[in-house]
Design a protein around this ligand. Structure first.
Ligand SMILES: Cc1cc2nc3c(=O)[nH]c(=O)nc-3n(C[C@H](O)[C@H](O)[C@H](O)COP(=O)(O)OP(=O)(O)OC[C@H]3O[C@@H](n4cnc5c(N)ncnc54)[C@H](O)[C@@H]3O)c2cc1C
Length: 440
């Protein structure tokens, strides 16, 4: 289930390792592609085209049967998975072994106005919408004579100082700065980017030195980085912060954390912060042949003495997929299970232009060398030769010809907010709740 880093990799390995007469592989996913999420901010920035960061499942998978839809309910007693197809029909899929990799979605809190007005950075549509929206704000600001409207349209707020928030603020600030040159009547001083995080440091997983280096660089570029501060409430024209200030803005990008997709709770088994509890073999305790991985699962981290669970990263999800595929086959054939053990290889963060910070294998890098490592890493880990080719072509094109800074006009009929683009309208009712007669 799921065609992201975990589900797609697992399906490919199962195709390779299972004999054709041994099992039928069904991949349940609403998309017909696998998406390379770490490059989403570059799609929002217009550096990469949306198609460049996806690989089509139809050509990448040969044997697996694609079932286009979302898994809503997994019945562990009857060994069936209920799927809402993209056509709206519901079908029930029997299974002997199931691997759950539905990933995560943006976690929102009860912050007034957030779901209705904020934007996310978790899907291709959100990245494309954000770009259109940002360019439209500058065009509208330039055509307005109202100072309050101009200030709100030129004010951009990103909440969340993890890699996705930092990359979004850093790359998008460069886009809007370049776009401003097209509007001579618009005072460049009006452009204001604010990056908030409730934590005292940006990207603590990068270590103190690199986190501080990124903060200094963003501040030098004019991004107002506010730490220990978050969003208190928002409307469509302003954001009220917990430090008491109110910023005029029509754009709040919310990247402050993720939560597993709701299908996880339908199993009725133990969860930690919504993530499916699995053992070191990725199997759900007391449910043979039921595996979980990636952002949706709390996988024990066996590489650190203090324990804990693995981080929600692409690196873990794709490596866990190999363990899940091996163990799924062991469950079918009756062999021994392996434990998941992987030491993190580091993190790369693109700050736009020639700037980046990276920590490959524990070595701190910043500046153009880090950018070289960052781009090399993405090319190595992109899902297919075709995506690598397209990504390299887009980078070259962007370097030589710059950005056309046009809107594709997806905004016309849709607000493109979190509520609309990310939070699925279907509410999943768990078996547990069905028995109790409750609504989720
Ligand atoms: C902007 C951004 C930048 C990032 N940068 C990095 C980085 O630099 N390095 C890094 O290691 N990690 C990075 N990450 C995190 C990384 O992308 C995730 O940890 C990783 O994608 C998790 O893989 P996954 O397979 O669990 O989920 P995903 O890759 O999210 O895949 C989940 C799949 O399940 C499908 N799905 C959802 N619900 C259902 C359902 N009910 N039924 C069936 N299918 C379903 C989805 O459509 C999707 O195909 C970044 C994330 C973001 C958003």
């Amino acid at each position: 289930m799921g065609s992201g880093f975990g589900g797609y990799t697992c399906a490919r390995l199962l195709e390779r390792w299972l004999r054709p007469d041994e099992a039928e592989i069904v991949l349940i996913t609403p998309k017909d592609y696998t998406l390379y999420l770490p490059l989403l901010p570059q799609v929002a920035a217009g550096v990469l085209q949306p198609r460049s960061i996806v690989a089509p499942l139809h050509t990448r998978l040969r044997r697996a049967k694609l079932l286009p839809g979302v898994a809503m309910d997994v019945d562990l007693d009857r060994r069936r998975c209920e799927v809402l197809k993209i056509s709206g029909e519901v079908t029930s899929v029997p299974f002997d072994v199931i691997v759950l990799a539905p990933g995560s979605m943006t976690r929102t809190f009860d912050i007034p106005g957030l779901k209705e007005h904020a934007r996310g950075m978790k899907t291709l549509a959100e990245a494309v919408f954000l770009r259109d929206h940002a360019i439209a704000q500058l065009e509208l600001a330039a055509s307005s004579s109202d100072p309050a409207e101009r200030a709100a349209r030129c004010g951009f707020v990103v909440v969340g100082g993890g890699y996705s928030g930092v990359e979004t603020a850093a790359t998008m600030q460069l886009v809007t700065r370049a776009a401003l040159a097209r509007f001579p009547g618009l005072d460049p001083g009006l452009l204001r980017w604010t990056l908030l995080d409730i934590a005292p440091k940006l990207m603590p997983e990068l270590g103190e030195q690199l986190g501080d280096a990124a903060t200094r660089l963003l501040r030098k570029r004019g991004i107002d980085v506010r730490l220990g501060v978050t969003l208190e409430s928002m409307t469509d024209t302003s954001a009220k912060l917990t430090d008491g200030t109110t910023l005029p803005t029509r754009t709040v990008v919310w990247t402050a954390g993720v939560t597993p997709r709701p299908v996880v709770s339908s199993l009725g088994t133990e969860t930690v912060k919504g993530r499916l509890v699995v053992g070191p073999d990725l199997q759900v305790p007391e449910h043979d042949g039921v595996f979980g991985l990636g952002d949706a699962a709390a996988v024990p981290d066996l590489t650190t003495p203090q324990g804990g669970v693995c981080g929600q990263t692409a690196q873990h999800a794709s490596r866990q997929a190999a363990t899940a595929a091996r163990n799924a086959i062991a469950a079918l054939r009756g062999g021994p299970m392996r434990e998941y053990r992987h030491r993190d290889l580091g993190l790369v963060v693109d700050l736009g232009g020639r700037d980046a910070v990276a920590r490959p294998l524990g070595v701190d890098l910043s500046g153009p060398l880090a950018q070289l490592v960052t781009r090399g890493y993405h090319l190595l880990t992109a899902p297919s030769g075709r995506t690598r080719f397209r990504i390299s072509g887009d980078w070259l094109m962007n370097m030589c010809a710059g950005d056309d800074l046009i809107r594709l006009d997806f905004l016309k009929d849709s607000p493109g907010t979190l509520d609309e683009l990310e939070h699925m309208p279907i509410k999943v009712k768990s078996r547990h709740e069905q028995k109790a007669g409750l609504r989720q």
